[in-house]
Ligand binder design. Sequence first.
Ligand code: ZN
Length: 425
Amino acid sequence: MKILIKGGRVIDPAQGIDQTMDLLIEEGRVARAGRNIEGGDAEIIDASGKVVAPGFLDIHVHLRDPGYEYKEDIVSGTRAAAAGGFTSVACMPNTSPFNDNKAITLYIRNKAKEEGSANVFPVASITKCLKGETLSEMGDLKAAGCIGFSDDGRPVASGEVMRRGMEYAKGFGMPIISHSEELSIVGDGVMNDGFIATELGLKGIPWVAETAAVARDVMLAEYTGARLHVCHISTRQSLEIIRNARKRGARITCEVTPHHFTLTEEAVRGYDTNTKMNPPLRGAEDVAAMKEGLADGTIDAIATDHAPHHYDEKNVEYNIAHNGIVGLETALPLTLRLVEEGVLSLRDAVARLTCGPARALGIPRGTLEEGSVADVTIFDPELEWTVDAAKFASKSRNTPFGGWKMKGAATHTILGGKIVYKRES
Ligand SMILES: [Zn+2]
């Protein structure tokens, strides 16, 4: 099976390429990029006016499978990924049972391979049952195919347990992925602490609940020499700590979600529970800092923290609604808004969705280099559409972006040389 993608703007930041040309895919691999390639009997995709990029990676996704298939499963979640232009996702271990053992890891990998529309790279837990007490069998989990360790959804409360987790992870050459949150400071807060929380009568979560935990884990990473990836940063103070640690040469990467660089706590007015997430939406200065961090490269990756929930789990009062929103199918146009605003070049925007996340977690994807696996995303940066959550490939509809006018969408998503998604025009 051959595919010839003709006349697109090929952007591959990993190779420093941004040029209009053709791309030939043969036997699941990138065979060649260049001008006027003859494809013979290849299937032709006309990509004129479109961008041809390495398949996007979302390194923070909750596929909810096993255990919560009423919210999402590996089939629907990877379909949502493909529709959003993502060919690879890393899925978090807070499933039921937890992904703290190789049987669950193998279940996820096999189901994804047989029925999925994207590569699924499982993240295993740091501690058994995400309890923060006993370390998981990291060696077994690595052998089963996990790519990193995280108790995402919960912090590892004990600094000593995290320190030992980092030492073991380092020994196995694997990153620790930190959900940084100091629960004793969070208390029963449900939104960003400040004037708006007071006005709305909601309990606040101060920035230091995140940043104190980021600081601890950054220090532990410097102390142990472990590789640390910090999840979903949302405060300017967290960013500053990571920026300084990197200047000192620490092996630290981080990610930001589209909602944290798009929305502020203002969105909580009206009590839409689709504005409730963890970490919470912050202030305008924090959003500005996230954009700066993306622009200067301190933030390596845009990751969605795709967190599907059932209607009934969101259609309740703000205080008791579940945290999180779906993100796979809105990430690309929200990222492209940063290009329109002049925050990022198109090339850097693509980098934060491809080689940035790939390098952060050591995933062998994110380039169109000759011979590499043909995971390719073709997108039309000008295509205008309106978000209708009812049309999501995801099983869940919990988005604060419903009705938003968007610009930019994936038109073809190619996984290992096969077209897994094609946008109907
Ligand atoms: Zn998290």
